[in-house]
Design a protein around this ligand. Sequence first.
Ligand code: ACO
Length: 331
Amino acid sequence: MILEKLRGVRVSGLGKSLPQKVLTNKDLENMVNTSDQWITTRTGIKERRITAIDESSSTLALRAAREALQKAGIKPEHLDLIIVATTTPDMLFPSTACLVQAGLGAQKAAAFDLEAACSGFIYASAVGSQFVATGMFEYVLVVGVDTLSKFVDWEDRSTCVLFGDAAAAAVLEPAPCGQGFLSFVLGADGSGCDYLKMPAGGSLLPPSHETVAAKLHTIKMKGNEVFRFAVKAMAEAALESLTCAGLRVDELDLLIPHQANYRIIESVRKRIGVLSEKVFVNLEKYGNTSAASVPLALSEAVEEGYIREGSKVVLTAFGAGFTWAACTIRW
Ligand code: ACO
C-alpha cells in the first residue's frame, strides 16, 4: 500500500529494553550438546539476553515504551493507541497492550495486541500508521516484544541456541507527505503453520498434565524449511516495498532485516543486490528476539548513526504463520 495520498507518518522516538542476564554460547555448551563454533558458523549468534523470573513481556515492553515516549517528547496521556506485537503475551488475556497502557498511565489510549510472530513490529507499524495517516489518531505507540526464552525447550539444541528476549518501541506521529513511512508490504501463508509453532496452551490443546509432559508448550521448528522460506519472503517483500516507494535498490541507504540467522541475512542481501555495508546486523549480541528483532535493530542503527535525516531505510521480516512484511522509510 502507498501512503502518499494520506497524511505522512513518521517515527518520532525509539526505545529498547534488554534483560540484564547474558547467556553466551559457552554457557550453552554446559547445557546441551553444542559448541560455540557450531552456533557461530551456523547462525552468527554469540550471546543472547534472558529474562529474570520476575520479568515478562509487559515489563520489558513498558521500559522500552517509556524510553520511546521520552525520546519523542510525548507524555503517556497524549497517546491515542498502543499496539503490542508479541507471540509471548503475559497471559492469554488481558492483552499485554492493556498492561502497558496501565503501567504508562496512558488513560486515553486504546490498546490491543497483534500476533504476527517475527513480522509483528512491521505489521503493527502498518496498522498504527493507518490511524495516523487518516487523521483518526495523532500518536500511536507500537511495541515489539518477545520473551521466547520462557517457551524454549532447554534440552532441544536445535532451537534453544537461537532465541533471546527483548523489547523495542516506536512512537508514530504525523509528518509531512513524503517523509516517514513510504510503503508497506504485508503477507501470510498459513499453509506453513506446522513448520514453526508452539502447539499447546491455546483452545486446541489447553494446558493439561499430558501437554506439559509432552513438552507441547515449547517451540517446535523445522529449521531448514523455515530458512528457505525466510530468504525468499524477506527478499521479495523488501524489493516490492522499495518499488512501491518509487525507489531503486541503489538508492537504499540501509537494509534492516529480521535478525534470525546471519546466513539468512546474507542470502537475502545477495538476492536483493545490496552491499554488505548497507545491511545492519546485531544478532551476534541478542539472537533472534522475534517481534523485538526489527525495532531493536532500528533503534541501535539510529543510536549508532547509521540512519540520519533523509536516510532511505527498508525493514523486512518473516516469522511463524508464515508471515512476512517489509516497509520503506524516509527518515
Ligand atoms: N549444536 C550442534 N549441532 C546442532 C545444533 C546445535 N545447537 N542444532 C542442530 N545441530 C545438528 C543437527 O542435529 C544436525 O545433525 P545431523 O546432521 O547429525 O542430523 C546438524 O546439526 C545440521 O542440522 P541442520 O538443521 O541441517 O542445520 P542448519 O545448517 O539448517 O542450521 C538452523 C539449523 C540454524 C536452525 C537453520 O536451519 C536456521 O537458522 N533456520 C531458520 C530458523 C529461524 O530463523 N527460525 C526463527 C523464525 S522466526 C519466528 O517466527 C520465531
